[in-house]
Ligand binder design. Sequence first.
Ligand SMILES: [Zn+2]
Length: 151
Amino acid sequence: MDLLEGGPTDRRAGRAAGRAGDLGRWILKYTDGVTENPLPACPECAGAYAYEMGSLLICPECGHEWPLDTAGPGDAPEERVIKDAVGNVLADGDTVTVVKGLKVKGSPTGIKAGTKVRNIRLVEGVDGHDIDCRIEGFGQMQLKSSVVRKV
Ligand SMILES: [Zn+2]
């Protein structure tokens, strides 16, 4: 029957498509590796073709081996600096004041300018809301660092 034969064929086609996809990714990765070596240049001869072997980097040009510095520049996650409205760097536990009135859903007054907020916590917020805090009368809130000022 056509229907019964159709099934396995379709599955085979699906698998073939999957393989093609893998190959595509592999080619992309390979090309990236060739055109842009993300590893640092050799400290001995400045050769750009160093490759990774375990925790060592090896330069094929002069044979120099050196430890892979996982904390090196470009590799380390960039430390995020969060600044207030006037450029002070904020830290967990800081006390800030709100510099402008903020509308709050469900509140007739909103948060007034000058409201003091104690013990802020810096977070990876949604939409630039990088401060997690508790505001009296409002509860747990997330604010943008651009609307507060360090006290
Ligand atoms: Zn070298």
